[in-house]
Design a protein around this ligand. Sequence first.
Ligand code: CTP
Length: 415
Amino acid sequence: MNRILLIIGGGIAAYKCLDLIRRLRERGHHVRVVMTRAATEFITPLSVGALTNERVFTDLFDLDDEREIGHIRLARDCDLVVVAPGTADLMAKMAGGHANDLASTILLASDKPVLIAPAMNPRMWLNPATRRNAALLSADGVTFVGPGVGEMAERGEAGPGRLVEVPELVEAIERLLPTATMKDADGLLAGCHVLVTSGPTHEPIDPVRYIANRSSGKQGHAIAAAAAALGARVTLVSGPVAIADPVGVLVHRVETAAEMMEAVRGALPADVAVFAAAVADWRVDRAASDKIKKGAQGVPKLALIENPDILKTIASGRSGRPKLVIGFAAETSNVVAHAREKLRTKGADWIVANDVSHDSGIGGSQSGVMGGDANLVHLVRADGVESWPEASKSEVARRLMIAAAGAIGKSNKGR
Ligand code: CTP
């Protein structure tokens, strides 16, 4: 049974949570509820408790609660935290790391995935402060569903800000819940060292300019986090990214492909190595030591040379090759065919292939794979191709690490 912690925020749409709870329980999920003080102005803890069939938590300083269960346990004893309706105030508290009531304290203390279903007046949703908070929360790995667009409770107000309908919310929740196989996976990689590269590299042109690419590091970082969650010791070699370090992972920060190569060599031996970084293929042969000026010389001509291929070097290494070497293939056409070719030329055991073209439609029309939160991958091995359904980058990561554990002979069967 999956355990969902539902945090109900103070908005007119809070009433939809009553139906949400019923639907989730009908589908066999356990639902525990925390309400903000404002939420209790819209629906009562009594009616919520009657539907969950257990106590509803509202107050941080209720000593009974602290003795019985405590806010830290509330935050951790679940598979997923759902915030609905996600008010502008709750979003601001989450983005700022505030902990001045039970809901915000739980959100700060939790190490579980968080899904937020925003609901507020369209002007509040479009306000630059809320836009900033939404961007910060996305970068921190919070998943958003909605808001929907339409009429507001206030007369004459319409636009983005409606809580999504209950069936859509249930679907989003179930997409983030671990499957039974995943739940079986606890401690699966205990005793293993997993090495992951992530993010782009920056190749200097002169002291102020560089060659880069659009990699956000989200998929690589999610793989490091997933490996750590399965009990592995994890080393993450990361290019320059704007996202937070995964918890419980040793992070080496690098700028260039050459630095990444050196850090990877220094981190070996490893049982599993995952090369998720979007390493720049070329660097400027001789980066200028002074800033290149416009003018007399005309447009500068950059002489490029090839960077070391980190994946290929490690996969073809004679001694100390990791038991399982996984590469990525970011393609914009003929995804699987190109990935098969990379499997062969790079000497990897597996290639995780994904379509990074803008019109792939993955993750919604605005985000795309690079920088977005969703991914649709094909796992290409010498013996065949497995196409996985579109999923969040964290789910793809967890599934990949469970498969990796199986491949190196780690399983929880019989434990
Ligand atoms: N890779 C690497 N070092 C490089 C280039 C790529 O380790 N210098 C790794 C990436 O981390 C990824 C895989 O190789 O796991 C494929 O990278 P990709 O850029 O898709 O392929 P390329 O080899 O660069 O080929 P192309 O750009 O022609 O598609």
